[in-house]
Design a protein around this ligand. Sequence first.
Ligand SMILES: Cc1cc2nc3c(=O)[nH]c(=O)nc-3n(C[C@H](O)[C@H](O)[C@H](O)COP(=O)(O)OP(=O)(O)OC[C@H]3O[C@@H](n4cnc5c(N)ncnc54)[C@H](O)[C@@H]3O)c2cc1C
Length: 486
Amino acid sequence: MPSWSTPAPPAEQRRRYTPPVDPLDRATLALERALGPSVVDTDPTRCEPFARDESEAEGVTPRCVVHARTSDDVSVILRHCEENRVPVFPRAAGTGRSGGATAVVPGVVLDLRALSQVKELDRENLLAVVEPGVVTGTFHALVEAEGLFYPPDPQSAETCTLGGNAAENAGGPRAFKYGVTREYVLGLEAVTMGGERLRAGRRTAKGVTGYDVTGLLVGSEGTLAVFTELTLRLVPQPPLVCTLQALFATVDDAGRAVTALVGRRLVPRCLELLDTLCCQLLREAEPSLLPPGDCCMLLLELDGEHPEALERDASRLADACLHAGARSVHLARDEAERARLWAVRKRMSRALRARAASKLSEDVVGPRTRVPELLSRARAISERHRVVMPAYGHAGDGNLHVNFLWDDPADKPRVERAIEALFRATLDLGGTLSGEHGIGVLKAPFLPWEQSPALIAMQQRLKSVFDPSGCLNPGKIFPRPGHLGC
Ligand SMILES: Cc1cc2nc3c(=O)[nH]c(=O)nc-3n(C[C@H](O)[C@H](O)[C@H](O)COP(=O)(O)OP(=O)(O)OC[C@H]3O[C@@H](n4cnc5c(N)ncnc54)[C@H](O)[C@@H]3O)c2cc1C
């Protein structure tokens, strides 16, 4: 009987490789081959923490985390992901408050922390060239040791990165006098999906050649391109700093003081507010930080070169606070006391986090003159929806971190209604939804509340110029069909 069995294939054919059909598997394999397996992590346990950032956004565990080491790695990663149409989620320290770095669908997380070199410090031209993974606080210390100053100071500076700051256009307390990150990014190198490198901007003090692509990429929340280098503007470090704490009986008094100070043309470098509930919760957590009794606090800081001018401005600030109803104004006499006053502000976020199982921090901005009204609307919303809502933040910029605390997951719908009410109130007052945390995933459904359909469509067309396949950080900024207002 003839045998119809197929002859065994020759050895080299037996070993022939069958490519995986799943695009994500294909991309992962290509990346392992191009960069080496140690850079490409597919272990589910190690990938799991990359599903979250410092917000309540619920991402999915990425199938793969790639730890880029160089800008060439970034280029290779974005090329292979584009070829396989695989979503990429750029990520740095993961301190974001809006879910910007979270994976919303299975894909590749691009970890940029290892790009952490300060490449150049040009003392004469007052600039620095850095990789995006440099930790912000490390950079502050480095330039300050040279008598230079980099003003953007997110309160997460000990962990967040300059790249994450640029992507979110981060601010911080000093923004009141010095402005936000965009004002300090002179130029950058960025890689687009497909792996193409772009250089935009300048190293000079001025420059208006072509469109301001640098300005567009800063604040684009990792949706247009991935930064691999930033050229940052520095300023001389102000030699003198003076910090004051003003305590008020009510938040209305403190809010009025903010408006009054600016009305008197006083521009401290920081003007931070903690409402009564914040002070109470902080005192319960760390009794030594605040005096006993209900109060609400303004933290003010001035800087400058001339001791007499600083002293005069400090006394004008104290005067304006007392005039607005401050119970006491305290001037820090030395560095230790200054650190103690700042500890009140810096420990706020952690103290609130420890108070409840769930915490969400919004960062709405109202016109400065309407801060008292915004605070009072927030209080009314808290009462109406029965949600604990302590508020603190950069009151000089009208930027309030209104927090929502809750323990029982069943309360979440009530919290969501309170957040919506806060957004409505902010927009009614002529404000904006986010001052520094970005839109990310959490506020994407609300974009149409603030921006017209035409403006949103224009921004989506812009995104498709940089990222035609839509694979770079999808699900961020723009509302999806089915979201509110769509
Ligand atoms: C306690 C606390 C206090 C905070 N205080 C402030 C504050 O005062 N002011 C303020 O502005 N924010 C504050 N934040 C929010 C947060 O720290 C900032 O948004 C920060 O800029 C995020 O940096 P990151 O390195 O953690 O970035 P991630 O959270 O990792 O990423 C943030 C966004 O940047 C994108 N991204 C990261 N790296 C790159 C890159 N190289 N290229 C392109 N896109 C990239 C990501 O895709 C994501 O969209 C605070 C957060 C915490 C937890």
